[in-house]
Design a protein. Structure first.
Length: 294
Protein backbone atom coordinates (compact mmCIF):
# COMPACT_ATOMS: atom_id res chain seq x y z
CA UNK A 1 0.00 0.00 0.00
CA UNK A 2 1.39 3.40 -1.07
CA UNK A 3 2.33 5.58 1.92
CA UNK A 4 0.63 8.46 0.11
CA UNK A 5 -2.70 6.88 0.97
CA UNK A 6 -1.84 6.91 4.65
CA UNK A 7 -0.80 10.57 4.45
CA UNK A 8 -4.13 11.35 2.80
CA UNK A 9 -5.99 9.34 5.43
CA UNK A 10 -4.18 11.20 8.22
CA UNK A 11 -5.02 14.56 6.66
CA UNK A 12 -8.72 13.75 6.22
CA UNK A 13 -8.83 12.61 9.85
CA UNK A 14 -7.19 15.83 11.01
CA UNK A 15 -9.32 18.13 8.92
CA UNK A 16 -12.54 16.09 9.30
CA UNK A 17 -13.26 16.95 5.69
CA UNK A 18 -12.45 15.50 2.27
CA UNK A 19 -12.66 18.99 0.76
CA UNK A 20 -10.27 20.63 3.23
CA UNK A 21 -7.83 17.73 2.99
CA UNK A 22 -7.85 18.06 -0.80
CA UNK A 23 -7.09 21.79 -0.52
CA UNK A 24 -4.23 21.20 1.92
CA UNK A 25 -2.68 18.38 -0.11
CA UNK A 26 -3.22 19.95 -3.51
CA UNK A 27 -5.31 17.06 -4.84
CA UNK A 28 -8.67 16.95 -6.53
CA UNK A 29 -11.39 15.87 -4.11
CA UNK A 30 -12.10 12.85 -6.32
CA UNK A 31 -8.51 11.71 -5.80
CA UNK A 32 -8.91 11.97 -2.03
CA UNK A 33 -12.13 9.95 -2.17
CA UNK A 34 -10.47 7.30 -4.35
CA UNK A 35 -7.51 6.90 -1.97
CA UNK A 36 -9.75 6.50 1.08
CA UNK A 37 -11.93 4.00 -0.76
CA UNK A 38 -8.83 1.95 -1.65
CA UNK A 39 -7.77 1.92 1.99
CA UNK A 40 -11.25 0.81 3.05
CA UNK A 41 -11.20 -2.01 0.48
CA UNK A 42 -7.71 -3.04 1.61
CA UNK A 43 -8.77 -3.31 5.26
CA UNK A 44 -12.35 -4.37 4.60
CA UNK A 45 -13.87 -1.82 6.99
CA UNK A 46 -15.28 1.71 6.74
CA UNK A 47 -12.79 4.27 8.07
CA UNK A 48 -15.12 7.29 8.26
CA UNK A 49 -18.77 7.83 9.03
CA UNK A 50 -21.07 10.82 8.71
CA UNK A 51 -23.50 12.23 11.24
CA UNK A 52 -25.31 14.94 9.32
CA UNK A 53 -22.51 17.18 8.07
CA UNK A 54 -20.03 15.87 10.62
CA UNK A 55 -17.30 13.52 9.37
CA UNK A 56 -15.58 11.38 11.97
CA UNK A 57 -13.48 8.25 12.27
CA UNK A 58 -15.06 4.87 12.87
CA UNK A 59 -13.58 2.65 15.59
CA UNK A 60 -11.39 0.80 13.02
CA UNK A 61 -10.45 4.19 11.60
CA UNK A 62 -9.22 5.37 15.00
CA UNK A 63 -7.04 2.25 15.32
CA UNK A 64 -5.61 2.70 11.82
CA UNK A 65 -4.90 6.40 12.42
CA UNK A 66 -2.65 5.62 15.40
CA UNK A 67 -0.76 3.04 13.34
CA UNK A 68 -0.55 5.32 10.29
CA UNK A 69 0.95 8.13 12.38
CA UNK A 70 3.63 5.74 13.63
CA UNK A 71 4.37 4.40 10.14
CA UNK A 72 4.72 7.86 8.62
CA UNK A 73 6.87 9.00 11.52
CA UNK A 74 9.18 6.01 11.05
CA UNK A 75 9.38 6.64 7.32
CA UNK A 76 10.42 10.27 7.85
CA UNK A 77 12.90 9.11 10.48
CA UNK A 78 14.44 6.59 8.08
CA UNK A 79 14.93 9.22 5.36
CA UNK A 80 16.62 11.59 7.77
CA UNK A 81 18.87 8.94 9.34
CA UNK A 82 19.72 6.86 6.26
CA UNK A 83 19.57 9.27 3.35
CA UNK A 84 20.17 12.56 5.22
CA UNK A 85 17.00 13.97 3.68
CA UNK A 86 15.32 16.60 5.83
CA UNK A 87 11.81 16.63 4.38
CA UNK A 88 8.52 15.29 5.69
CA UNK A 89 5.96 17.13 7.76
CA UNK A 90 6.07 18.95 11.09
CA UNK A 91 2.61 19.15 12.64
CA UNK A 92 2.02 21.75 15.34
CA UNK A 93 -1.11 22.05 17.45
CA UNK A 94 -1.65 25.33 19.25
CA UNK A 95 -4.26 27.84 20.42
CA UNK A 96 -5.50 30.78 18.36
CA UNK A 97 -3.60 33.50 20.21
CA UNK A 98 -0.23 31.78 19.77
CA UNK A 99 -0.96 30.82 16.15
CA UNK A 100 -1.74 34.41 15.21
CA UNK A 101 0.53 36.53 17.40
CA UNK A 102 3.48 34.45 18.61
CA UNK A 103 4.50 31.69 16.22
CA UNK A 104 4.76 33.32 12.74
CA UNK A 105 8.37 34.63 13.11
CA UNK A 106 9.56 31.24 14.37
CA UNK A 107 7.77 29.41 11.55
CA UNK A 108 9.38 31.75 9.04
CA UNK A 109 12.84 31.07 10.49
CA UNK A 110 12.25 27.31 10.44
CA UNK A 111 11.04 27.37 6.84
CA UNK A 112 14.14 29.29 5.77
CA UNK A 113 16.34 26.62 7.36
CA UNK A 114 14.33 23.69 5.89
CA UNK A 115 12.70 24.76 2.61
CA UNK A 116 11.57 21.20 1.88
CA UNK A 117 9.75 20.82 5.17
CA UNK A 118 5.95 20.83 5.13
CA UNK A 119 4.80 22.75 8.22
CA UNK A 120 1.20 22.23 9.32
CA UNK A 121 -0.22 24.53 12.00
CA UNK A 122 -3.55 23.61 13.58
CA UNK A 123 -5.32 26.05 15.94
CA UNK A 124 -7.18 23.87 18.41
CA UNK A 125 -8.79 23.81 21.83
CA UNK A 126 -6.47 23.08 24.73
CA UNK A 127 -8.11 19.77 25.64
CA UNK A 128 -8.08 18.52 22.05
CA UNK A 129 -4.50 19.70 21.57
CA UNK A 130 -3.18 17.72 24.55
CA UNK A 131 -5.09 14.61 23.48
CA UNK A 132 -3.64 14.77 19.97
CA UNK A 133 -0.09 15.22 21.27
CA UNK A 134 -0.58 12.17 23.54
CA UNK A 135 -1.89 10.14 20.60
CA UNK A 136 0.85 11.27 18.23
CA UNK A 137 -1.43 13.17 15.87
CA UNK A 138 0.55 16.36 16.54
CA UNK A 139 4.34 16.35 16.67
CA UNK A 140 4.20 19.02 19.35
CA UNK A 141 1.77 21.35 21.05
CA UNK A 142 2.10 24.95 22.20
CA UNK A 143 -0.32 26.49 24.64
CA UNK A 144 -0.87 28.98 27.44
CA UNK A 145 -1.52 27.42 30.81
CA UNK A 146 -0.26 27.09 34.34
CA UNK A 147 2.92 25.01 34.39
CA UNK A 148 2.95 22.07 33.90
CA UNK A 149 -0.12 21.85 31.72
CA UNK A 150 -0.16 18.04 31.42
CA UNK A 151 1.85 15.69 33.68
CA UNK A 152 1.63 12.82 31.16
CA UNK A 153 3.51 14.88 28.55
CA UNK A 154 6.94 16.46 28.52
CA UNK A 155 6.23 20.14 29.21
CA UNK A 156 8.87 22.80 28.58
CA UNK A 157 8.26 26.30 29.85
CA UNK A 158 9.14 28.80 27.11
CA UNK A 159 8.25 32.04 28.87
CA UNK A 160 5.75 33.64 31.21
CA UNK A 161 3.04 35.50 29.34
CA UNK A 162 1.37 38.36 31.24
CA UNK A 163 -2.40 38.72 31.13
CA UNK A 164 -3.49 42.33 30.71
CA UNK A 165 -6.81 43.97 31.40
CA UNK A 166 -7.27 46.30 28.43
CA UNK A 167 -9.78 49.12 27.98
CA UNK A 168 -10.61 51.93 25.55
CA UNK A 169 -8.75 55.17 26.21
CA UNK A 170 -11.84 56.88 27.59
CA UNK A 171 -12.88 54.18 30.09
CA UNK A 172 -13.45 55.45 33.68
CA UNK A 173 -11.07 52.82 35.12
CA UNK A 174 -8.16 54.46 33.30
CA UNK A 175 -8.33 57.27 35.85
CA UNK A 176 -7.27 55.00 38.71
CA UNK A 177 -3.63 54.57 39.72
CA UNK A 178 -4.25 51.03 40.91
CA UNK A 179 -7.21 48.75 40.32
CA UNK A 180 -8.41 46.31 42.97
CA UNK A 181 -10.88 43.50 42.40
CA UNK A 182 -13.61 45.53 44.07
CA UNK A 183 -13.16 48.24 41.41
CA UNK A 184 -14.36 45.74 38.81
CA UNK A 185 -17.86 45.38 40.27
CA UNK A 186 -20.59 45.57 37.61
CA UNK A 187 -17.96 46.13 34.92
CA UNK A 188 -19.00 44.88 31.49
CA UNK A 189 -16.51 42.44 29.98
CA UNK A 190 -15.88 41.18 26.49
CA UNK A 191 -14.77 37.57 26.78
CA UNK A 192 -13.35 34.76 24.69
CA UNK A 193 -15.10 31.41 24.20
CA UNK A 194 -15.98 29.45 27.32
CA UNK A 195 -13.21 26.85 26.84
CA UNK A 196 -10.49 29.53 27.01
CA UNK A 197 -8.16 28.89 29.97
CA UNK A 198 -7.65 32.51 31.00
CA UNK A 199 -11.33 33.35 30.78
CA UNK A 200 -12.04 30.51 33.19
CA UNK A 201 -9.30 31.65 35.56
CA UNK A 202 -10.56 35.23 35.57
CA UNK A 203 -14.23 34.33 36.11
CA UNK A 204 -13.26 31.98 38.96
CA UNK A 205 -11.22 34.76 40.57
CA UNK A 206 -14.15 37.19 40.42
CA UNK A 207 -16.64 34.62 41.70
CA UNK A 208 -14.35 33.49 44.54
CA UNK A 209 -14.21 37.11 45.75
CA UNK A 210 -17.95 37.66 45.19
CA UNK A 211 -17.36 40.35 42.57
CA UNK A 212 -20.49 40.81 40.43
CA UNK A 213 -19.70 41.33 36.75
CA UNK A 214 -21.44 41.37 33.40
CA UNK A 215 -20.54 39.66 30.13
CA UNK A 216 -21.53 42.00 27.35
CA UNK A 217 -20.09 40.00 24.46
CA UNK A 218 -18.69 36.49 24.04
CA UNK A 219 -16.56 36.31 20.90
CA UNK A 220 -14.42 33.55 19.44
CA UNK A 221 -12.24 35.93 17.44
CA UNK A 222 -9.47 37.89 19.16
CA UNK A 223 -9.41 40.66 16.55
CA UNK A 224 -13.15 41.13 17.05
CA UNK A 225 -12.64 41.37 20.82
CA UNK A 226 -10.01 44.09 20.39
CA UNK A 227 -12.20 46.05 17.98
CA UNK A 228 -15.13 45.91 20.41
CA UNK A 229 -12.94 47.14 23.27
CA UNK A 230 -11.58 50.00 21.14
CA UNK A 231 -15.16 50.98 20.31
CA UNK A 232 -16.06 51.30 23.98
CA UNK A 233 -18.19 48.17 24.35
CA UNK A 234 -16.37 46.85 27.41
CA UNK A 235 -12.98 45.74 28.72
CA UNK A 236 -11.17 42.43 28.18
CA UNK A 237 -8.50 40.23 29.71
CA UNK A 238 -6.03 39.15 27.02
CA UNK A 239 -2.42 37.91 26.75
CA UNK A 240 0.05 40.71 26.18
CA UNK A 241 1.17 39.30 22.82
CA UNK A 242 -2.38 39.76 21.51
CA UNK A 243 -2.59 43.50 22.31
CA UNK A 244 1.06 44.60 22.10
CA UNK A 245 0.57 46.42 18.79
CA UNK A 246 -2.54 48.30 19.90
CA UNK A 247 -0.87 49.35 23.17
CA UNK A 248 2.16 50.71 21.31
CA UNK A 249 -0.12 52.58 18.90
CA UNK A 250 -2.13 53.92 21.88
CA UNK A 251 -5.36 52.46 20.54
CA UNK A 252 -5.87 50.55 23.79
CA UNK A 253 -4.70 51.10 27.36
CA UNK A 254 -3.51 48.47 29.83
CA UNK A 255 -5.25 49.03 33.15
CA UNK A 256 -3.09 49.01 36.33
CA UNK A 257 -4.38 45.62 37.48
CA UNK A 258 -2.63 42.34 38.31
CA UNK A 259 -3.27 39.33 40.50
CA UNK A 260 -1.10 36.39 41.51
CA UNK A 261 -3.80 33.93 40.40
CA UNK A 262 -3.63 35.24 36.83
CA UNK A 263 -0.29 33.88 35.63
CA UNK A 264 0.23 31.75 32.55
CA UNK A 265 3.23 30.29 30.75
CA UNK A 266 3.77 29.56 27.08
CA UNK A 267 4.56 25.84 27.14
CA UNK A 268 5.83 23.34 24.59
CA UNK A 269 4.32 19.85 24.88
CA UNK A 270 5.85 16.63 23.55
CA UNK A 271 5.06 12.96 23.95
CA UNK A 272 7.75 11.47 26.23
CA UNK A 273 8.62 8.85 23.57
CA UNK A 274 8.45 11.21 20.62
CA UNK A 275 11.25 10.87 18.08
CA UNK A 276 12.92 14.27 17.81
CA UNK A 277 13.64 14.93 14.16
CA UNK A 278 16.21 17.49 13.10
CA UNK A 279 13.59 20.12 12.16
CA UNK A 280 11.71 19.54 15.42
CA UNK A 281 14.93 19.89 17.43
CA UNK A 282 15.74 23.10 15.55
CA UNK A 283 12.26 24.49 16.17
CA UNK A 284 12.54 23.80 19.89
CA UNK A 285 15.93 25.53 19.96
CA UNK A 286 14.53 28.53 18.08
CA UNK A 287 11.79 28.94 20.65
CA UNK A 288 13.85 28.38 23.77
CA UNK A 289 17.06 30.15 22.75
CA UNK A 290 15.24 33.22 21.47
CA UNK A 291 13.35 33.66 24.72
CA UNK A 292 16.53 33.17 26.80
CA UNK A 293 18.17 36.00 24.83
CA UNK A 294 15.36 38.42 25.55
Amino acid sequence: MDLTYFRTFREVARRKSFTKAAEDLGYAQSSITMQIQKLEREYGVPLFERFGRQLRLTSPGEILLKLAVQMLDLYDQSKEMVASQVTGTLTIGTINSLAAYYLPPYLQALKQLYPGLNIQLYPDSEASLMTKVREGDYDLGLLLDQYPAEPLLTCTKIKEEPLLLVAPLSHPLTQLDRIELTDLQQTEFIVTEESCIYRGMFEKLLKDHAIPFQIGFELGNLEAIKQCVMNGLGIALLPRIVVQGELEQKRLVSLPFSHEDLKLDIQLLLHPKKWISQPLQTFIQLLTNNEEDK
